[in-house]
Design a protein around this ligand. Structure first.
Ligand code: TYD
Ligand code: MG
Length: 452
């Protein structure tokens, strides 16, 4: 080893961009202070080598389809996010803040999939700690197999000789390979260990879940670096104050990335939330101004929830625009439309937007409800709490048609709302068999007149 030539390169811990020189700001992703020095052996090609390398060439018809062999967990929230179940032979990264519930979720997964003889490898907690934790989880199986190990060569040997079809590595930051000299959690270690695990997953047709912490600390390689190495990236996030947890696919080679799974952390582990609307609306306070109810679409599922706005006089120079769960540029667009088309001057006001339950709304169909909540707060007039507001706002102040209209209507109806204010273009196409009153409007000004 001594005679091998080594050189230093710098890697961005946010995006994995490599540079021969240190950079204060990554020229690829724009992150600050993200560069970490790594030494590489000049002859070491193992990092670049593809883990799919096979010698044979196959005809399309001879390649067996794995779609049909998805392993169902029967946790509906989990299966949906994965695109219908776990694909054997895939490497899945489960990322999230420390303490959010990644280990708990994976333990529960093992409990459910005991017929696939799961192997849980812990590099973070001792076997005693895992035992203690597992006693809280309902239906945990006494025969589940655990291993406390951090050396990836040892882990790899254990996986290969076991009959496990599901493997959990908790966590990628805690394991290391003898092949590189840097500390566990460094970018090189994380990358080497992941490609080794990818290799095992593909060659042995085992599904491997790798837990990765998201931290701001530059010396722990962020799971961002792993994203292009793995098949699927699941992000576990949530609002700790409500105990809700959202599982979403940031990347999925075998399914859509729109779906989210919603869980609630309880005394006995994570519970599925099957009717999210009921929970997101349960803290509803009907007398307050600045609150609007919207029927949003997350993936393929309608969720009714509350959006809140607070408009106050700005005390200092530039007024603030702050959002929680909503795109700030979209808010700026809505404010600009309210100013230009309705003459509502908010340039001397701070505007805050908050979406209930820690959800992040990407759905353009929530624009009109956000606008209504802003106007409600500004005028200090509450919105009728039995009304649902949906619609996308265009730059000329028109209300544009939105997707999934029927499921939004039926969810609103199911939860006992009496009226929906919605785009005219959608309303025209709906036959009037609904119990709920549909009010089609074509402009934001018309909508606001109807609401207030
Ligand atoms: P954990 O799975 O250890 O998080 P991560 O692996 O992402 O770091 O979960 C940690 C939190 O979950 C901890 O604060 C305790 C809580 N918890 C419960 O509330 N109920 C339970 O049944 C379990 C197992 C954990
Ligand atoms: Mg953990």
């Amino acid at each position: 080893l001594k005679y091998m030539k080594t050189k230093s390169i710098y890697i961005c811990s946010e995006c994995g961009y490599k540079s021969p020189r240190w950079q204060g700001k990554c020229s690829n992703c724009g992150a600050w202070n993200s560069f970490i020095e790594e030494t590489v052996q000049k002859n070491d090609k193992s990092i670049e080598r593809s883990s799919f390398a096979t010698q044979k060439i196959y005809k399309l018809k001879d390649i067996t389809e794995t779609q049909n062999f998805r392993i169902k967990t029967n946790i509906a929230e989990f299966d949906r996010v994965l695109g219908g179940g776990i694909i054997p032979g895939s490497l899945i990264l489960v990322g999230g803040d420390p303490g959010i519930g990644k280990s708990t979720l994976m333990l529960q997964l093992c409990a459910i999939l005991k017929d696939y003889s799961p192997l849980y490898v812990s590099g973070e907690e001792s076997l005693e700690q895992i035992k203690f934790r597992s006693t809280r989880i309902a239906n945990i199986d006494e025969n589940l197999e655990f291993m406390a190990e951090t050396n990836i060569e040892e882990i790899s040997a254990a996986i290969k000789s076991s009959s496990a079809q599901i493997v959990i590595i908790d966590s990628i930051q805690s394991v290391y390979t003898d092949k590189v000299e840097s500390t566990p959690g460094s970018i090189q270690q994380v990358r080497e260990c992941s490609s080794l695990l990818m290799n095992i997953a593909k060659t042995q047709n085992k599904a491997i879940f790798v837990i990765g912490h998201v931290t701001k600390d530059g010396y722990i390689a962020g799971p961002k670096i792993l994203e292009h190495l793995v098949d699927t990236v699941l992000q576990f996030e949530g609002d700790k104050t409500y105990n809700f947890r959202m599982l979403r696919a940031l990347k999925n080679r075998f399914g859509s990335t729109n779906e989210i799974g919603i869980f609630e952390m309880t005394d006995t582990g994570l519970d599925e939330v099957k009717n999210p609307s009921e929970i997101f609306l349960s803290h509803r306070n009907t007398q307050d101004s600045g609150v609007a109810i919207v029927a949003s679409i997350e993936g393929t599922r309608p969720i009714l929830l509350e959006v809140q706005a607070l408009v106050t006089g700005a005390n200092y120079g530039t007024p603030q625009r702050t959002t929680n769960g909503f795109d700030i540029r979209r808010l700026q667009m809505i404010l600009a439309v309210l100013e230009k088309r309705l003459g509502l001057l908010l340039r001397n006001n701070d505007v805050f937007i908050n979406v209930a339950g820690g959800l992040y709304l990407n759905d353009p169909g929530v624009d009109l409800a956000i606008a209504a909540a802003i106007v409600s707060s500004y005028k200090d007039i509450p919105i009728d709490s039995s009304t649902v507001i949906i619609g996308e706002i265009g730059l000329t102040g028109e209300v544009r048609a939105i997707s999934n209209i029927n499921s939004r209507i039926s969810e609103s109806e199911k939860l006992g709302f009496s009226k929906i204010i919605m785009p005219q273009l959608n309303a025209k196409k709906i036959n009037k068999t609904n119990k709920i009153e549909l009010l089609g409007i074509d402009r934001i000004s018309v909508a606001l007149t109807a609401i207030f």
